[in-house]
Design a protein around this ligand. Structure first.
Ligand SMILES: [Zn+2]
Length: 94
């Protein structure tokens, strides 16, 4: 049974195209990792030392061992990471 056309227009219609998207790492850009010291000196001043930016996590984390060898009381660290990401449609919208 076919639907009957409405007796009057009930709003505008638009055709929307729904596309599936994926989200993941961008293979064309590099990650950046930086480890920094959260330790303080005896007066409570923050250490502020850091590993510098590295393209791999392991190198940045190794810096913490080197720093701890020089400053055995500095045992708190932070790790900042930049991971470039992209969204990719399964099918390009037209
Ligand atoms: Zn430190």
């Amino acid at each position: 049974m076919a639907l009957e056309a409405p007796a009057r227009e009930i709003g505008k219609r638009r055709l929307f195209r729904f596309v599936d998207w994926a989200f993941g790492p961008d293979p064309d850009r590099d990650e950046v990792h930086l480890v920094y010291c959260d330790g303080e000196d005896e007066a409570g001043n923050p250490c502020g030392a850091d590993s510098g930016e590295h393209g791999d996590r392991e190198t940045a984390e190794m810096w913490a061992f080197e720093h701890a060898a020089e400053q055995p009381d500095h045992r708190s660290y932070g790790h900042l990471a930049y991971r470039p990401m992209i969204t990719v449609p399964n099918e390009e919208p037209t």
